[in-house]
Ligand binder design. Structure first.
Ligand SMILES: [Zn+2]
Ligand SMILES: [Zn+2]
Length: 254
């Protein structure tokens, strides 16, 4: 059994069969899923999805793509929703210099605001970083030590060590299974056994042999299989460790 530590089941690609996907989680080997909100349009819906489904938990926050839409009202809404028992984290938050959908200074300011909020609320942060590592590390240093995960980690071993030293966990997803994968493979081999989480980022980044299809939480098992092979561990060991790590970080998960 596994926990998918990062998914977007509210994405429109699940509109046709969301209920079935959620209903089939437990017999497909999934204990729980953390639904990660992306902005004002879906923070309340993420908390609601979690409230309605025992296996779903939520992270609430504003993604860097949407940083421009972060207002005091949105912050108040995140603070309010975070009191719910199924809301386990602030996320996903971070920096994305690949798309630059919001201006970089705005992304940085909104990341700082939400890291401060996570600290105030005593909740872990779900972090997103794309082509913005130098600025990300500079901002994280202001808040270290930190509680949280760098989701879908694809950086260098040097960056991983800095993140681990700050207290963060490393999120491992479908890119680990890609043929051309180099950095995620190195990270997966080296990450300490008590510091990795497994995720899909559904509906994106489906692992081999499902690459190109819609990603779904049960596909975490392909990631666990690859991870077990790389680390010379059994799949059962990887699963048990991943679940234990996820529960340690997101302590509101039952
Ligand atoms: Zn992300
Ligand atoms: Zn995501």
């Amino acid at each position: 059994m596994l926990i998918d530590s990062h998914a977007h089941l509210l994405d429109e690609r699940f509109d046709e069969d969301r209920g079935e996907v959620i209903a089939s989680l437990s017999h497909k080997g999934i204990l729980a899923v953390i639904e990660c909100a992306t902005g004002p349009a879906d923070i309340a819906a993420a908390a609601q999805l979690a409230a309605e489904n025992p296996a779903i938990y939520a992270a609430v926050g504003v993604h860097p793509h949407d940083a421009r839409s972060y207002t005091p009202e949105v912050e108040a809404q995140i603070r309010e929703l975070s009191r719910q028992s199924k809301v386990v984290a602030i996320g996903e938050i971070g920096l994305d210099y690949h798309y630059d959908f919001s201006p970089r200074p705005v992304q940085q300011e909104v990341l700082r605001r939400q890291l401060a909020l996570a600290r105030e609320l005593g909740l872990p942060a779900v972090l997103h970083n794309r082509e913005s590592t130098a600025d990300m590390l500079e901002i994280l240093r202001e808040f270290a030590p930190l509680q949280g995960v760098m989701h879908c980690f694809s950086g260098s071993l040097e960056t991983m060590k800095i993140l681990l030293d700050m207290g963060l966990y490393i999120g491992i997803g479908g890119s680990l299974t890609f043929k051309n994968s180099v950095k995620p493979v190195e990270a997966a081999k080296q990450v300490p056994r008590d510091r990795f989480l497994i995720e899909t980022d559904s509906p994106y980044l489906a692992p081999v042999p499902m690459r190109g299809k819609r990603n779904e939480p049960p596909f975490t098992h392909y990631v666990a299989e690859r991870l077990a092979g790389l680390r010379g561990q059994t799949q059962e060991e990887i699963q048990a460790q991943a679940v234990e790590n996820t529960r340690r970080l997101f302590s509101k998960i039952k």
